[in-house]
Design a protein around this ligand. Structure first.
Ligand SMILES: *Cc1c(COP(=O)(O)O)cnc(C)c1O
Length: 520
């Protein structure tokens, strides 16, 4: 409390704040679910009964009335606007989630994606009617190949993980074409969970390669795991500890020496665009998350886009459809029969991928140019190192005090004995108005906190972020545990039971009566 008896700390405020009648807090309005506020007898639109038709869903079709909640237009507008204001995004504040590259989506990209020639076309339109769209696909392919130093790209995968699946399917097809059925995929311990999941989904046995004490992968360790049964290694560079794998070329050579392929997880490409070409490092396949590196929106799991660049050895196996450019112009190859000598392994999705994301990524690339994209990578790395330098005296760095790439990894060593955990610290960040950093990933580090500011943040916004984290870190160290144990104090919902939410999520709303019946 200050001298006037006003709260100065979050704990004080909570202790004295009266409960409001409405449950609202100042102008932040508590919002119930639409099913709870909507009434069945109120409706905004009257739809005619559909003509009789034969359902084709077998036993799955709905037998009860649909029961849509009815709201008047202003109520519906308020409901969704209030919900949208509870959301936190890169447009509201710093979003330092490591590995996710939450960067600003320039509004120019949005404008381009809405041009009618791109926005209003349909994937089943005849090719002759969409020459602009096919030209854009070809041009984006050219830029991605140029930036990565790779000869081919498959654009259709719809996310990074989907791209991994695509690249690994190309590898599987290439091995099959050689008459080989290898069964092992090597994955470093620090890998993103999607890497082993992708390999396992394709029936491979995953072998983990331990990291060196400095967080990097040791080519000697890789050699120990190599054999004629290894199909590929999946390696992220820069890796998920925010460090550049400096032995990547030796690793690629060792992998190729036993006839295996090198899959690079390119999710961290934002750190090296214009600086390093993965093709020069011996990469055979690499996905690029357009929604990370090239600033297209992360849409809550979709729509993203995860194009995969492919080496000459894998290019013939690229999935359909793809674009070819020759003297006759740009052509979309949709069927295996038109693919010449190529042996596409199949398709990743019905059509060509996320056209809207292609337009946004192309817009970003053309707006920045080659030098601008290199500058963006340099600034992303500079910003992460600025955060590292601003916090390293208070928070502990697991791999020593050396420069990082585009993200900086702290562990929880510095919290030992404070009674505050990584989770508590992250929750207290919410009270300060920051989305927490990535926590407990990568798994190779105890209590990991992975911070990726991206190039979007200005020096002023980084200074405030660092100051807020310093204030929290000092509070933890001087034993102010109340600030953490009950956090978040100010969020619309307090601390949730995350384990229960993950283990037994309730994904379906039931009318209270039905809920009672179900319980009985
Ligand atoms: C984000 C990410 C992925 C997965 O990409 P999605 O687009 O989310 O499917 C894979 N690997 C790493 C290292 C990532 O950061």
């Amino acid at each position: 409390m200050n001298q006037q008896g006003r709260p100065t700390k979050p704990g004080d405020a909570i202790a004295i704040a009266p409960k409001t009648f409405t449950g609202n807090r100042a102008l932040r309005i508590e919002e119930a679910l639409i099913f709870e506020i909507g009434r069945l007898e109120v409706t905004g639109v009257d739809l005619d009964e559909p003509a009789a038709f034969a359902p084709r869903l077998g036993d799955l079709e709905r037998k009860d009335p649909i029961g849509l909640p009815g709201l008047a237009e202003p109520e519906a507008v308020r409901h969704y606007v209030r919900l949208s204001r509870m959301n936190y995004g890169i447009d509201t504040g710093v979003f330092p989630l490591g590995s996710c590259t939450m960067k600003h989506n320039p509004r120019l990209n949005e404008k381009m994606a809405r041009l009618p020639g791109f926005g209003d076309i349909h994937p089943l339109q005849p090719q002759s009617t969409v020459p602009g769209a096919t030209a854009l696909i070809a041009e984006l392919s050219r830029w991605l190949c140029e930036l990565t130093g790779m000869p081919a790209v498959a654009l259709s995968p719809k996310a990074g993980a989907h791209g991994e699946l695509c690249g690994m399917m190309a590898i599987k097809a290439a091995l099959a074409a050689r008459g080989e059925a290898r069964s092992v995929v090597l994955v470093p311990e620090s890998a993103h969970g999607t890497n082993p999941a992708t390999a396992a989904l394709l029936g491979y046995r995953v072998e983990a390669v331990p990291a060196r004490p400095d967080g990097s992968v040791d080519p000697e360790e890789v050699r120990k795991h190599l054999s004629s049964d290894v199909a590929a290694i999946m390696l992220t560079n820069p890796n998920t500890c925010g460090l550049f794998e400096s032995d990547v070329v030796a690793i690629a050579e060792a992998v190729h020496a036993v006839g295996a392929y090198f899959y690079a997880d390119g999710a961290n490409f934002n750190a090296i665009v214009g600086k390093v070409r993965p093709g020069d490092l011996g990469v055979d396949a690499m996905h690029i998350n357009l929604h990370k590196t090239f600033s297209t929106p992360h849409g809550g799991g979709g729509p993203g886009a995860g194009p995969v660049v492919l080496s000459a050895a894998l290019a013939p196996f690229a999935p359909l459809p793809h674009v070819t450019v020759n003297a006759q112009g740009v052509r979309l190859v949709e069927h295996a029969g038109e693919a010449g000598d190529a042996k596409p392994f199949g398709r990743m999705c019905a059509f060509h991928g996320q056209m809207g994301m292609f337009v946004r990524a192309m817009s970003y690339m053309l707006a920045h140019g080659a030098d601008g994209m290199r500058q963006a990578s340099e600034d992303a790395v500079l910003n992460a190192n600025y955060v590292r330098a601003g916090l390293r005296d208070l928070m502990s760095l697991p791999f020593g005090d050396r420069p990082c790439m585009h993200e900086v990894l702290f562990d929880d060593h510095w919290l030992e004995g404070t009674g505050v955990s990584t989770l508590d610290f992250a929750k207290a960040m919410i009270d300060e108005g920051y989305h927490p950093m990535t926590m407990y990933f990568p798994l190779v580090v105890h209590g990991a906190m992975l911070i990726e500011p991206t190039e979007s943040e200005s020096k002023a916004s980084l200074d405030l972020f660092i100051a807020a984290l310093r204030d929290l870190a000092m509070a933890a160290k001087r034993g102010d545990t109340a600030r953490f144990s009950g956090a978040p104090y100010y969020a619309p919902r307090r601390r949730l039971d995350e384990t229960r939410a993950a283990r037994s999520p309730v994904l379906r709303w039931m009318r209270p009566a039905a809920q009672k019946e179900a319980a009985e």
